[in-house]
Design a protein around this ligand. Structure first.
Ligand code: PEP
Ligand code: MN
Length: 338
C-alpha cells in the first residue's frame, strides 16, 4: 500500500501519521520525490482502513499495490534510486562502465587489466574470485587469494570493485568489496539474498538463467526486505532455443524494468552472447535501450584466459566501444563519469 502525502502539510502531521502506521506493526519507506512524498507501507496491510487514511487532512491518495514486489516497485519510490559507489552514481542520467576479467588469475593480470580499463573509461573493476562453474573440474577461481588480488588492484588504481559471492559463509571476507555480485545461478538462493541484504552493501543482482522479470524483482525484494536498498539489476541474457549465442540478450527488459522499478539497470553483453565480436553491437544496443551502464569482460590475453576467453575482449576493443558509447550517450540523455 502507498500513501501519497500532500505537499502542503505540517511535518508534525506527517510524523504522527508515520507513528500511527508503525504502531500497526508496519514498516514505512519514505520517498521524498520532486512532485510528492510517498509513504510505502511494508508488511501485512490488510487491516488498514483505507477510507480512514484517505480522510486524513494531509493525505492526497491511498493505493494498494497489486504487484508482489513492493519496495522495488516504482510506485513505492517514483524517482530513480541512485546507487553511489566510491563517488560513482548508478541510476538517473548517470552511465557507468564496469569492466575487468571474468576471473582474477594472478596479480599481473588483474592489475594490468584494471589499469587499461580505467584508462579507457571504466569506473568499476570486475573480477571473479569465487567462480560458479558447470564442471567441478574446471578452474574454480583463486577464492580468498583472488579477493586479496582484487583489493591490490583497487589500491593501485583507486577503482571500486565488484565480485561474486557464492556462499553466505563468505560474507566476512567481502567486507572491503564495494559491490557484492549475486550471479545468475544464485538469483533465487533466497538465504544468500537475505544475508547479503543484511550487510546493506550495494549489490549487483544478475538475472537468473531462465527467470522472468517478476521473479528477478522478487529477488531484489528479498534483499530490500532485509534493508539492502542499493541494488543494481544486471541483465545478462536468458536461456532460449538459440544455440549460436550462449544466451539471448533480453533488450526489452531494460525499458520494462524502468517502468516497473526505480532501481538502476545495467547490461552484461559478454555473458549475454558468449562471443567477443558481439560485445560491441550489444553494448550499443543496450545504451540505445536506456541502460544505466554496462558490465564487460576484458582480458589482456583472451586466448589463454582460465574462464570465458571466447567472450572476452582486449583493452583496445574496449577502448573502441567506449568511444562509440560516448557518441550515443547525449542521444539518450545520459552522462558518463570521466
Ligand atoms: C560473471 O559475471 O562472472 C558470471 C559468472 O556471470 P553470470 O552469473 O551472469 O553467469
Ligand atoms: Mn565470465
Amino acid at each position: 500500500m502507498i500513501i501519497i502525502v500532500k505537499k502542503e502539510r505540517e511535518e508534525k502531521q506527517l510524523n504522527n501519521l508515520i507513528k500511527w502506521i508503525k504502531g500497526q506493526g508496519l514498516e514505512v519507506d519514505i520517498s521524498n520525490g520532486h512532485h510528492s512524498t510517498v509513504l510505502g507501507l511494508v508488511g501485512d496491510t490488510s487491516k488498514i482502513d483505507i477510507d480512514l487514511v484517505r480522510s486524513l487532512d494531509i493525505v492526497e491518495n491511498v493505493k494498494r499495490i497489486q504487484e508482489p514486489f513492493k519496495c522495488a516497485n516504482r510506485k513505492f519510490h517514483p524517482d530513480d534510486t541512485i546507487v553511489e559507489v566510491g563517488g560513482h552514481k548508478f541510476g538517473g542520467d548517470n552511465f557507468q562502465i564496469i569492466a575487468g576479467p571474468c576471473s582474477v588469475e594472478n596479480e599481473k593480470q588483474i592489475v594490468e587489466v584494471a589499469k587499461a580499463v580505467k584508462k579507457a573509461g571504466a569506473t568499476i573493476l570486475r573480477g571473479g574470485a569465487y567462480k560458479p562453474r558447470t564442471s567441478p573440474y574446471a578452474f574454480q577461481g583463486l577464492r580468498e587469494a583472488g579477493l586479496d588480488l582484487l583489493l591490490r588492484a583497487k589500491q593501485e588504481t583507486g577503482m571500486p570493485i565488484v565480485t561474486e559471492i557464492m556462499s553466505a559463509s563468505h560474507i566476512d571476507l567481502f567486507k572491503d568489496v564495494d559491490i557484492i555480485q549475486i550471479g545468475a545461478r544464485d538469483m533465487q538462493n533466497f538465504e544468500l539474498l537475505k544475508e547479503v541484504g543484511k550487510t546493506k552493501k550495494p549489490v549487483l543482482l544478475k538475472r537468473g538463467l531462465a527467470n522472468t522479470i517478476q521473479e528477478w524483482l522478487m529477488s531484489a525484494e528479498y534483499i530490500m526486505s532485509e534493508g539492502g536498498k542499493d541494488i543494481i539489476l544486471c541483465e545478462r541474457g536468458i536461456r532460449t532455443f538459440e544455440p549460436y549465442t550462449r544466451n539471448t540478450l533480453d533488450l526489452s527488459a531494460i525499458p520494462l524494468l524502468k517502468e516497473l522499478t526505480h532501481l538502476p539497470v545495467v547490461v552484461d553483453p559478454s555473458h549475454a552472447s558468449g562471443l567477443s565480436r558481439l560485445v560491441k553491437p550489444l553494448s550499443l544496443a543496450s545504451v540505445g535501450a536506456g541502460a544505466h551502464g554496462l558490465m564487460i569482460e576484458v582480458h589482456n590475453d583472451p586466448k589463454n584466459a582460465l574462464c570465458d576467453g571466447a567472450q572476452s575482449i582486449v583493452p583496445e576493443q574496449f577502448e573502441d566501444i567506449v568511444k562509440s558509447i560516448d557518441v550515443m550517450l547525449p542521444i539518450v540523455n545520459k552522462k558518463r563519469d570521466l
